[in-house]
Design a protein around this ligand. Structure first.
Ligand code: ABU
Length: 495
């Protein structure tokens, strides 16, 4: 095919079949090359460039938008270069984020989704996807331990939005008049979440007009779990300040430590004070797929709403995040141009009015297809493997001189540790050593990125100076990658 021509000759142009096939086959070759390289340990995780370098343009790659169409050949170069200068999140040594991996069936699902190019708001335009969403939500609810009649939910853009939905629906549950009359008719509400929980709870309280200062950050134990007695005393304190407690977020799998809050103890407190209990299982929800690890979420069946991101621990391509809970009444506005009640089918399948969006991307197909391809057991094995990797790293850290792991075994696949370079090993703990240790992880991380050999995250937390957080959600990662990581940190940290 003549790829020297431009995109106007592709379908739907008359006679455009051959060119379209040729063009898309070239795209497939580019994707296959990328997928194959992503799984090779000899290839880099990333080819790092600073923002100004990418903006200035590299070889044939330019961000500038043309007035005239580029040739299809150039479009293919653009595709190749976009992948070349990006980060291979499916590489076995990409350990940076809670979402990672490159699932081939998931990729196929995402491509099919884009090809179908439809909208989740009505059955009318998404008959199959709407039923798939219902099927997945029911399956996930039954895995949570909810009975069939309890549940509902929606797939939405990420854990933060899922958590926002939970607060929205909790507020509506206690104060349905807020939907029409606004916040002015409500008392000053108080929310509770642990000091190690995701920042989305505070952000959502701000967005929803409740104020981030009315979110009580409940103390955690050393391993990062909310302390139930502290929750209870925060509730009492809020009441003494004339605030009205209504919502508790418990976290199943905190972002940094991967800790699981004691859900049953929290549920008891919520029951005692008549509070909405949400569980943010964005990260930990995947463990429900594993017979070995699901007991870490005991009590989740008592939650009023749950966030669960299959794009994290289950390795589904971004994005795929569910909020499970009753949303319809809280959010519906029955726009007559879209949600007509006199359609020729059962309009309860026009599920779009549950959402605060109008148009909604189809996030369900890739998960549905992966579930078909792996079965529930396949997801369970994948989760087990990631947690075995975490155990292996933790055990290695205990025996490798110069590395100091936190003194609790990981519950999830997060492993947190400092690297103590030789220059600091003789120095006694204290502010001077802490100030220097704080600089170690960012320095090593910067070197890793420039070399492109491996990626892991770091952060400070509470009174702890910068430390590494290694997370395993990438099914491609093997023990040899963990050995490599430790050697690489030592090599880069000793320069
Ligand atoms: N809370 C979004 C995920 C953050 C992370 O990958 O570290």
């Amino acid at each position: 095919p003549k790829l020297t021509t431009d995109a106007y000759d592709l379908l739907p142009a008359p006679g455009g079949e051959e060119l379209t096939r040729g063009f898309l086959q070239e795209v497939v070759d580019i994707l296959l090359g990328y997928i194959s390289k992503s799984s090779q340990r000899s290839s880099k995780v990333l080819d790092f460039h600073h923002p100004h370098q990418l903006k200035e343009g590299l070889e044939c790659f330019s961000l500038d938008l043309p007035d005239q169409p580029e040739t299809l050949e150039q479009i293919l170069v653009d595709c190749r270069d976009t992948l070349k200068y990006g980060v291979r999140t499916g590489h076995p040594r990409f350990l940076n984020q809670l979402s990672s991996g490159l699932d081939v069936v998931g990729v196929a699902g995402e491509w099919l989704t884009s090809t179908a190019n439809t909208n989740m708001f009505t059955y009318e335009v998404s008959p199959v996807f709407v039923l798939m969403e219902e099927c997945l939500l029911k399956k996930m609810q039954s895995i949570l331990g909810w009975s069939d009649d309890v549940g509902d939910g929606i797939f939405c853009p990420g854990g933060t939005i899922s958590n926002l939905y939970s607060i929205l629906v909790a507020r509506y549950h206690f104060y349905p008049e807020v939907k029409t009359r606004g916040m002015g008719v409500l008392p000053q509400l108080a929310l509770f979440t642990s000091e190690q929980s995701h920042y989305s709870v505070k952000k959502s309280a701000a967005v929803l007009g409740m104020g981030s200062e009315n979110v009580f950050m409940v103390k955690c134990d050393e391993s990062g779990k909310m302390i139930p007695a502290e929750l209870e005393s925060s509730i009492v304190t809020a009441k003494e300040k004339a605030l009205v407690p209504f919502y508790v977020n418990a976290t199943a799998g905190t972002t940094v430590y991967g800790a699981f809050d004691p859900l049953n103890a929290i549920a008891d407190i919520c029951q005692r004070y008549t509070l909405w209990m949400h569980v943010d299982a964005a990260w930990g929800g995947g463990l429900l797929m594993s017979d070995r690890h699901k007991m870490k979420l005991q009590g989740i069946e008592r939650a009023c709403s749950v966030t669960w991101n299959p794009h994290k621990m289950m390795g589904v391509p971004l994005q795929c995040s569910a909020i499970l809970g009753l949303l319809q009444e809280c959010n519906d506005f029955g726009a007559e141009y879209l949600f007509q009640t006199d359609k020729n089918y059962d309009v309860s399948y026009d599920t779009g009015d549950k959402s605060i969006q109008c148009g909604r991307h189809v996030d369900v197909f890739k998960l549905w297809l992966m579930w078909k391809a792996k079965g529930s057991e396949g997801f369970g094995s994948q989760v087990n493997k990631c947690l075995e990797n975490a155990e292996y790293l933790y055990d290695q850290l205990l025996v490798v001189t110069g590395n100091l792991s936190f003194d609790h075994t990981p519950e999830h696949s997060n492993v947190c540790f400092w690297y103590i370079p030789p220059s600091l090993r003789g120095q006694p703990p204290g502010p001077d050593r802490d100030a220097r240790l704080h600089q170690v992880a960012p320095r090593i991380k910067g070197r890793m990125m420039e070399k492109g050999s491996v990626m892991i995250g770091y952060q400070p937390l509470g009174d702890k100076v910068n430390f590494f957080r290694c997370v395993f959600s990438n099914p491609a990662t093997q023990q040899e990658d963990i050995d490599f990581l430790l050697d690489e940190i030592t090599r880069l940290g000793d320069i």
